[in-house]
Design a protein around this ligand. Sequence first.
Ligand SMILES: Cc1ncc(COP(=O)(O)O)c(C=O)c1O
Length: 396
Amino acid sequence: MPKISQKGIAMPQSPIRKLVPFAEKAYAAGKKVYHLNIGQPDIKTPQVALDAVKNNSLDTLAYTRSEGSDTYRQKIADYYKRNDIFVNKQDIIVTTGGSEALLFAFGSIMDVEDEVIIPEPFYANYNGFSTASGVKVVPVISKIEDNFALPPIEEFEKLITPKTKAILICNPGNPTGYLYSKDEIKKLAAIVKKHDLFLIADEVYREFAYDGEVHYSILQEEGLDEHAIIIDSVSKRYSMCGARIGCLVSKSKSVIATALKFAQARLSPPTLAQIASEAALETPQSYFDDVIEEYVERRNTLINGLKEIEGVKVATPKGAFYCVVELPVKNSDAFAQWLLEEFYVDNETIMVAPAGGFYSTPNVGLNQIRIAYVLNQESLLKAINILKEALKVYKD
Ligand SMILES: Cc1ncc(COP(=O)(O)O)c(C=O)c1O
């Protein structure tokens, strides 16, 4: 039989999706499952975006330019200007989700065996994208006790080798909910300049900053033009995960010219979804104000509820819509599976993401889970109660 590649064998399963077969068995048995495992918001997509698709008069669904349609890129540049990020449409490549932007970024700046330093826990698919690109993830541990703040910059410096090409951060963080301060971004800027590295910032949750905190983008930092690469997406901003539209942004002409070659190889980002995403940029500020208010309430409900459960530790997120929760269990993989297979309160259970997959250091985070607070308050309260009752009876 022809053999599967070593790279294929090494590709990690997504910790967010790997328990799906157990959830499916639970549905088949007539159970209700509260999905705390995946960042799929229940918030409505802005009507302007949906209408733009419904009302368009295209008679051929053609390719667009590889870098994305001209009008859409101009409007994205205008959006950034409104957010004090001064870029032109030439600095933007529209991609099939932030996911493809990450792949293009890795492909453009790193060769096989090059290294990227990432504070962990990190968005689990960074492991997958690194494996797909043959790149080595070098983790620097951030701690729940510090709310997952940026580890001391000396810890990064210790890890830099001749193979290091980039530092990758997610701001605000998935799964940590941590929002890096201006000061922390400045420290990162200084170190990438000193060692001549790229700084990739995944800013797909930019709008989701709470408690009056203001997001500070790496592209607002002076002197980083040749170093900074932003990963962005409409998925969470407009609750348009299924549109599959994102972008890669950089002032570096060589990064953009290289990423464009990857973009040309896959021809074009999806045409109808670009139409929806362009219209989504007209979304009024009131939509975001309502959404942020809703997430703050959900976060407060969740964190307050979790803090009341004995043996549970949680950091308070300042952004995005996730938190990492430490549980009094040894193996959260087994616990998450047990919840789906064996534990129900009134025929209902929860699905959570075991946090081990959000680390690249082996055997770290095994007693942690990630919770996405993408459900309404009533469902969240029920979910917290299920977790509380489950921990009373679970035996490792
Ligand atoms: C931090 C982060 N980056 C990138 C992505 C990829 O998003 P998409 O490909 O839907 O734009 C996600 C999705 O959950 C994410 O959480």
